[in-house]
Design a protein around this ligand. Sequence first.
Ligand code: ATP
Length: 325
Amino acid sequence: MAASLQSHRPSALISFSFPSPRPKASSYSIPFLSKIPAVPPLRLRPSIRFDSAVVKATLSTVDHSSTSASGEDRKLLLEVKDLTAVIAETKQEILKGVSLSICEGEVHAIMGKNGSGKSTFSKVLVGHPDYDVTGGSVVFKGENLLEMEPEERSLAGLFMSFQSPVEIPGVSNADFLNMAYNARRKKLNQPELGPIEFWAHVYPKLNELKMKEDFLNRNVNEGFSGGERKRNEILQLAVLGADLAILDEIDSGLDVDALRDVARAVNGLLTPKNSVLMITHYQRLLDFIKPTYIHVMENGKIVKTGDISIAKALEKEGYKAISDR
Ligand SMILES: Nc1ncnc2c1ncn2[C@@H]1O[C@H](COP(=O)(O)OP(=O)(O)OP(=O)(O)O)[C@@H](O)[C@H]1O
């Protein structure tokens, strides 16, 4: 989506006053989104169709319920089995058989040494073109995720916050968020929100993340500090919503207050229906966002799964603690 957005002319601006909840200033200037000229349609399909009869047969036999950590019966949201993937250009294998199941309402954390494959795993889940899947399966909400285009994965409810969020020159945050949000509403057969309604949706989320309104008028991530980029990623998550949010090192580059704000915003989004998959190196994030499970990745595989005691042992003794157990 980012590439197609770059070709747009900047949108016209209008000023108006806001109804309550009333921002401090009396009026703001935000893009009048309905004046954006001819937005190229996203590649939407009314429903995902599987070409392979084998995939269909497999999906119909998968039991999508599971017992959660708390003992309740919860639906499986994501099921990854023996996933293998290579770097598209060099064919070097990075993922060597990852298996992981996430139920609705769960928070999972992946830890692991540098270069063990954590980011690659999350990028493969969202369909990053740098990688080719060579084996295994990924079922998300009962559908074969690997058959979907990246846009379709996002519209299906998968969100990823990247370790190094990219800049999108010439596209304001407000336009980006509005287009992405309305694309999701369209997919759900809901009416698109106009600029005033959209602002009412965004404003409380900006507040929660302690971000100033002018962030909306700035181009996506352009000139943002590392911490501002991370906040902006979580703003996108808060505005767009997601059934599964994959957060790759959202704690990196955040000062302790920012970490608290971001964690509070993420916790505020958690419901019994949606889930989070976090990648982190440090227990400090897990002190704020409590994980149901912690997985340790090593050499492209998950080698250990457990509770918060894993993070505590890692913090104390390093990865030696895992190999010794
Ligand atoms: N596009 C790519 N081109 C070349 N090598 C890659 C690419 N993507 C991943 N790799 C390599 O694959 C390995 C796993 O990388 P990945 O970023 O997934 O590790 P990670 O566990 O997230 O590491 P970190 O904790 O340092 O962020 C590394 O050796 C990395 O250099």
